[in-house]
Write a protein that binds this ligand. Structure first.
Ligand code: C5P
Length: 409
């Protein structure tokens, strides 16, 4: 699965009811529960009798840190109101895995067990994560039920396509726990970029010298990837153009990998007419050699060192900002000193409304960052924060500054 792991605290204060129904995918819920609790959510697990055939309530209790409920007649509930009490105060109920039978029950409003009754009696959003054999998923009755759930405002996550426990291949596989986790985080994120299309560059570039060597820099890509994830969670359609990095693609983000500055420029220029916002986070190499050796450059007996002539790479951000109808452009600048002077000069020179500066190279590869926003009206320093939390703040700051949607073509 291509996705980021849970970030501590990003679901702090959220209370989730995880409803498990019968299916082999129950084992994935152990990992999902771990991810949710690691992110700070409280998790109340409710299982159908069938679910307990696949994984024990003891396992789910240990992972969630709370007693697991399976029956409406549980003596631990003094008022016998488990079907009401367990979902009160919940921010969402997530049915995972959701079996064929349970989708049918939900679509028809059945209340014949603790979990189905809890769903009918809920006063919070309901998400379902189907898991079933491909024939069961494609059955017209299942498809009718899923359409009915959508019409009732119930969100369906997945299913995936691929190999199934029964040995067949097709639609119906439950999403991996990391993908369900990402979808839950997205579900709660304010949709400040709904209907927006955001193009982001991230990471370093690699400028070859010969077939095995090249020039690159220490950018890890973490900030750009964190922004792509935050923009996706904020409801945007995100296209990420990434230099060579070892990071996993954020869930729901379209990624295009490139190596050189010229390739990054070409990819951005091809895509940019379709985007409302361009965020240049990549640490793009300023120069490349004018001639890349076709064979590996060899040491000579005389100890002659090779010489290179450099040519300037295109400035991607400045080129986008110069377009006749540019998207809203945001630049990043890592400076090694005099941030206020250099960053503001850079903003004016590249003609972008917003430039995010940091006292840079020392933040490369770190998980946190401290930045200053530079714009015509002045500068604003943001407190030091983890890159993912900072990315959410920056996305909110960018969203606030976007021109009214109605005047974007
Ligand atoms: O490298 P520099 O400090 O000029 O980078 C500032 C901003 O310009 C960053 O947003 C970076 O992504 C962008 N940039 C670019 N193309 C370049 C150099 C920088 O888009 N060739």
């Amino acid at each position: 699965m291509n996705t980021a792991a849970a970030n501590p605290g990003e679901l702090a204060g959220k209370h989730l009811v995880i409803g498990m129904t019968g299916g082999i995918a129950c084992y994935k819920i152990a990992e999902l529960t771990r991810l949710l609790t690691k992110a700070g959510a409280t998790v109340q697990v409710v299982m159908t009798e069938a679910a307990t055939q696949f994984i024990t309530p003891v396992t789910m209790q240990a992972l969630s840190g709370r007693p697991v409920y399976t029956s409406q007649w549980d003596a631990r509930m003094p008022n016998n109101m488990a079907h009401i009490d367990l979902s009160r105060g919940a921010d969402a109920i997530v049915i995972a895995p959701a079996s064929t039978d349970f989708l049918a029950k939900l679509a028809h409003g059945f209340a014949d067990g603790l979990l189905s009754t809890l769903c009918v009696a809920r006063d919070c959003p309901l998400l379902v994560v189907p898991a079933m054999n491909r024939q069961m998923w494609n059955n017209p009755a299942t498809q009718r039920n899923v359409a009915q759930l959508s019409a009732d405002g119930i969100e369906t996550l997945g299913p995936d396509s691929g190999p199934q426990a029964c040995g067949e291949v097709g639609d119906g596989r439950m999403l991996e726990p990391e993908a369900v986790y990402e979808a839950i985080v997205s579900f709660f994120a304010p949709k400040v970029l709904a209907q927006r299309r955001v193009l982001i560059t991230a990471g370093p570039t690699f400028e070859p010298l010969d077939p095995v060597r090249g020039i690159t820099n220490r950018s890890s890509g973490k900030m750009g990837f964190a922004l792509a994830r935050a923009a996706q969670q904020a409801g945007a359609d995100v296209h990420l153009v990434a230099g060579p990095v070892t990071l996993e693609t954020p869930w729901g983000v379209y990624r295009e990998d490139v190596q050189t500055a010229q390739q990054m420029y070409d990819a951005v220029m091809r895509a940019v007419p379709d985007y409302d916002v361009f965020i240049g986070v990549a640490a793009v190499a300023d120069w490349r050699v004018d001639h890349i050796a076709t064979q590996k450059i060899k040491k000579t007996a005389e100890g002659r060192v090779p010489g290179f002539t450099f040519v300037e790479n295109p400035d991607i951000l400045a080129s986008v900002a110069r377009l006749p109808h540019p998207p809203y452009c945001v630049g990043f600048a890592a400076e090694s000193g005099d941030l206020d002077v250099h960053a503001e000069q850079k903003r004016v020179r590249k003609n972008v409304p917003l430039l995010i500066g940091n006292l840079g190279p020392q933040t490369f590869g770190l998980d946190d960052n401290e930045v200053v926003l530079f714009e015509a009206a002045g500068s604003t320093k943001l407190p030091r924060a983890a890159k993912q939390a900072l990315a959410q703040t920056l996305i909110a700051e960018i969203a606030r500054r976007l021109p009214d949607q109605s005047i974007i073509s």
